[in-house]
Design a protein around this ligand. Sequence first.
Ligand SMILES: NC(=O)c1ccc[n+]([C@@H]2O[C@H](COP(=O)([O-])OP(=O)(O)OC[C@H]3O[C@@H](n4cnc5c(N)ncnc54)[C@H](O)[C@@H]3O)[C@@H](O)[C@H]2O)c1
Length: 487
Amino acid sequence: MMATAAIIGGGVIGGGWAARFLLMGWDVRVFDPDPEAERKIAEVLAGARASLPGLADVAMPQEGRLTFHPTIPEAVAGAEWIQESVPERLELKRKVYQTVQEHCAPDAVIGSSTSGFKPSELQGDAVRPGQIVVTHPFNPVYLLPLIELVTTEANPVELVDRAKAVLEGIGCYPLHLKKEIDAHIADRFLEAVWREALWLIKDGIATTEEIDNAIRYGFGLRWAQMGLFETYRIAGGEAGMRHFIEQFGPCLSWPWTKLMDVPDLDDALIDAVAGQSDAQSGAYSIRELERMRDTNLVSILRGLKAQNWGAGALLKAQDVRMSTLPERLEDVADLSQPILTVSQAVPLDWTDYNGHMNEARYLTAFGDATDRMMRLVGCDADYVASGVSFFTVETHIRHLDEAKAGARIRVESQCLEGQGKRMHLFHRMYGGERLLATGEHMLIHVSLETRSSAMPDDRVAVPMARLAETHAGLPRPEGAGKAVGVR
Ligand SMILES: NC(=O)c1ccc[n+]([C@@H]2O[C@H](COP(=O)([O-])OP(=O)(O)OC[C@H]3O[C@@H](n4cnc5c(N)ncnc54)[C@H](O)[C@@H]3O)[C@@H](O)[C@H]2O)c1
C-alpha cells in the first residue's frame, strides 16, 4: 500500500516536500489556496525529477500520485504525514493545525517547516499537542537531506521515532535537537552570517558578489564536507582543536564581528543589496539559477558519495537499503535469461552540452554492470582482498539512442564465455523498451601480485562456469563481436 502525505501550503518549501515525497513513492495530496500553486509545484517537480533520482545508483521507487484538493479536510484524509509549510505567522499556523486536527488521523505526524518558531509555540492550545513537531527543511528540500526535528515533552516517543523513520525513508537526515530554541540550530548560524554580510555591505566594505566569492571559493567548500569543528580541528595542525582554540580564541574579543548588532534595513541598504544582487546575477532568471544550483549540488553530493563521506555517506547507505539487484548467483531469479545488473536514473551531472548522457557515462554504467557480474561469479571484496581479480582488457560500446537526466536506465548482462582465465560479457542498456547502447567487455583473471593473468580458483571458476553454461542457451546477441561502424 502506498503511504500518503498531505502538503498544506505548496510554495517554495511545500513544493519541495511534495516533490521529495512523490519521488520516494508516496502519494501526495496538496492544499494551497493560491490558484497558481499547481503550476508552481509542477515547476519544482520538473527540477526534482531531473536531479533527485540521479543521486541514487539504484532504482528509485515508482513515483506516487499527486492530487490537489480545495480544502484542508479533503487534503488530510488518509494521510499519515501532514507537512505544514504556510507563511511564517504563528496565528496562521495554529489556525491551520486546528482545522487539520479536526479531520486528520489522530496518530498522523504533523510536521511544521517553520524556520523560527519553537514546537511548544506551535503546539499552543492544540487539542492534541503531541501530534505536532518541527521538521525544518532546507531549500531545495528535494536535494538537501537535513531536517531539524524539534520536539517537546508533549510528543510521545513512539511518534518521534516514527517521524525519524519516515524522514530517513524519504532520504532525509533527521537531526533531533535535544532542546527547543528559537530558529533551531542552522538558522541561528545563518542569521549571524547574514547579519555580518549586511554590515559589510552597509559599511561599504564588500559587494554581494565579493561576499559570495569569499564563501564559494573558500570556506563554503570546506563547510560542505566537514562543517565547522572538524575543519578547525585540522586548522590547529597536528595539535588539533586545543591548539586551534589557544591560537584563535583571543580573536573572539577583537572587533572582528558585529555580534548582535542588527543593521538598520533602511531603503538605502535594501537598494544597495538588491542593486548589487541584480548586477551580480540579474542576467539569469530565478529558474535558470535553480537549475544551476541543482546541477552543482548533484555534482557535490555525488562527489561526496564516491568518498562515502558526510551527506554522500547517507546517499550510499540509502542505496544499500533500496537496492533489489542480486549480489550472488543464488539471488538471480532466472539464470537462463540476461541478468539485471544496473537499474538507476541518469544523474544530472552525467549529461553534456548536447543535453543527453555523455558517452563516457555509458562506460561508467557498463563498468558498474561488469562489477556486479564479477561479484555474482564470486569475485567479491573478500576474493579481491585475497590477491586475485579480473582486469578488463577490451571494451566495445555502441551508442544507439539518447538518454536524458532523470531518465530510468537498466542494463541486462549476458555471459558469452566464462572459462579458464576469460570472462566475456555483453551488456544491453535500455530506457524502457528502447535499446540505448550495448557494451561488450573481455575480462582476464589476474594475480594482483604479479599483475599478470592467472587461473581463478574454484571460488570463481565454479560459479563462472555455471553461469556460462546456462547463458550458452541464449541466442548470441545482435552486435556481439562486430567491428567499428558495423551495425
Ligand atoms: N524559503 C525558505 O528558504 C525556507 C526554508 C525552510 C523553511 N521555511 C519555512 O517554510 C514555510 C513556508 O515558507 P515558503 O518559503 O515556502 O513560503 P512561500 O510564500 O513560498 O509559500 C507559502 C505558501 O503557503 C500558501 N498559503 C498561504 N496561506 C495558506 C493557508 N491558510 N493554507 C495553506 N496554504 C497557505 C501560499 O499560497 C504559498 O503558496 C515558512 O514557515 C518558512 O519559515 C522556508
